[in-house]
Design a protein around this ligand. Structure first.
Ligand code: PXP
Length: 249
């Protein structure tokens, strides 16, 4: 018997569609409310430094109006940390950020930036914010993540999602399995996400140590075809059935 698996819906790319034309629609808050009604367990938003999709007012409105705890994805730059201190999100996920990247390209380097990350974790902990570190499935990074005092990690599944051969995908999958097991053995809460879609999520959902998957782009893309509520429901069904078939959860 394993724990039920949770779905955090990332609504960034609802804002991407809006920003592409500088309109006021589609509204990320409306998408968040639909996701909640459709069974999402959390809402995630990334306020990037360049504000390419989510804007400051989106984050404030979602935090205020959505019943589920907001997971605020953030870089560890001073400007964004100060924004988070004012926002006081119940959850935050620290991510690396490069202005030129299309999306978050790798996990945060906890080993290389330990002092800064630990200091940001402490500032957020003072707000009663549950902090998560977005990291690659690397045991040394996980060991250092534990030392920061953050209760949660989110394993970057991008290399698994991007693998182009069965062999590479199997290798990346085993790295995630081992990372999840190790992190759980240290007492960390283990989430995962990035690049997950309707075909590659079931395998990840079977990993019993994983608490929550954060999924954005694939759900927004599917929503264009079937609507936001159905897109969320389909993804959640895949996750729950995968976990149930593996462990009877
Ligand atoms: N988790 C984190 C930490 C992310 O940065 C992102 C992308 O914003 C996601 C999950 C969701 O990735 P995707 O949009 O590929 O589902």
């Amino acid at each position: 018997m394993s724990k039920p698996i949770l779905l955090g819906v990332n609504i960034d790319h609802v804002a991407t569609v809006r920003q592409a034309r500088g309109t006021v629609y589609p509204d990320p808050l409306a998408a968040a409310l639909l996701a909640v009604d459709a069974g999402a367990d959390g809402i995630t938003m990334h306020l990037r430094e360049d504000r390419r999709h989510i804007q400051d007012h989106d984050v404030k409105r979602v935090k205020e109006k959505v019943a589920l705890p907001l997971n605020f994805e953030m870089a560890i730059t001073e400007e964004i940390v100060v924004f988070a201190e004012q926002l006081q999100p119940p959850k935050a996920c620290l991510v690396p950020e490069k202005r030129t990247e299309v999306t978050t390209e790798g996990g945060i380097d906890v080993i290389g930036q330990f002092a800064r990350i630990k200091a940001v974790c402490e500032r957020l902990k003072n707000l009663n914010c549950e902090v998560s570190l977005f990291i690659d499935p690397d045991l040394e990074q996980i060991k250092m993540a534990k030392q920061t005092g953050a209760p949660t990690i989110e394993i970057h599944t991008g290399a698994y999602a991007d693998a182009t051969t069965h062999e590479d995908q199997a290798l990346e999958y085993q790295r995630i399995v081992a990372a999840a097991k190790y992190a759980a053995s240290l007492g960390l809460i283990v989430n995962a996400g990035h690049g997950l879609h309707y075909e590659n999520t079931a395998l990840i959902a079977k990993i019993p140590e994983i608490n929550e998957l954060n999924i954005g782009h694939a759900i927004v893309a599917r929503a264009v075809m079937v609507g936001f509520a159905q897109a969320v429901q389909e993804m959640k069904k895949i996750m729950i059935e995968a976990r149930r078939s593996a462990y009877g959860a």
